[in-house]
Design a protein around this ligand. Structure first.
Ligand code: SF4
Length: 222
């Protein structure tokens, strides 16, 4: 990446981290995925029970390899054989030591914005796991909640619908049907495969440091 562009991105990430800390999140800024991985290793003790939400970022950053290293008791739904087993893992994840995921958007004001269909991820972010670690590429940082809402409707949701093969309007057209009528947060399609069912804004936290946000100066996930 061009040095000047990198410097601009780092300033934005530093400002975002500062505002996240004001809201009782623990926030870190790193330049590379490799640094993010080292940080993740320092935040999880060997032998801990860990789990994660569905996340392209975890795979792209290398964090998923750490999770699968055998050093942790990883509640891994990708090795479940039946839907019942998957659901059992979802429920066990609520009492794990550390939950790893990304955020659909992080505002420069220090808020997190997440939208889920199944909602195992947003519910674990809100309550349950003792610690939550989020890895977020700079592409997830937006100015405010209005931009976060648009980001999900034009990037996260359409890309996830393609990844998961959900037959929604945005799967076909590339953005949410609600944008044709103002695009307010909860409006969307009537598809059974809709991935936007619960909309969670994480503002100032009561449990200081429970959620750790690692901002990475690389493009990761969507
Ligand atoms: S509500 Fe439907 S069309 Fe809109 S972004 Fe979500 S899944 Fe896509």
């Amino acid at each position: 990446m061009n040095e000047n562009l990198k410097a601009v991105i780092m300033k934005k990430l530093d400002k975002t981290a500062e505002n996240l800390r004001k809201n009782n999140f623990e926030a870190y800024v790193v330049q590379t995925s490799a640094e993010a991985c080292e940080l993740v290793k320092s935040l999880i003790k060997e032998g801990e029970t860990i789990s994660c939400g569905g996340s392209v970022t975890l795979s792209e950053s290398g964090v998923m390899d750490i999770m699968k290293s055998g050093k942790y008791n990883f509640l891994d739904r990708s090795i479940a054989n039946t839907q019942e087993e998957v659901e059992e893992i979802y429920r066990k994840a609520y009492s794990c030591d550390t939950y790893l995921c990304s955020s659909n958007a992080v505002t420069e004001k220090g808020e997190l914005y997440n939208v889920d269909g199944n909602s195992n991820r947003v519910s674990a972010i809100c309550y349950g796991p003792k610690s939550v670690i989020m890895i977020c590429g700079y592409n997830k940082v937006v100015r405010d909640l209005d931009e976060a809402i648009v980001r999900v409707k034009t990037v996260s949701a359409p890309a996830n619908c393609l990844r998961l093969d959900c037959k929604t309007y945005c799967h076909e057209k590339g953005s949410c049907v609600s944008l044709e009528n103002g695009g307010d947060m909860p409006s969307g399609c009537g598809s059974d495969g809709r991935v936007c069912c619960n909309y969670v804004v994480s503002a100032r936290q009561r449990h200081k440091g429970r959620i750790k946000v690692i901002l990475v100066a690389e493009e990761l996930g969507y």
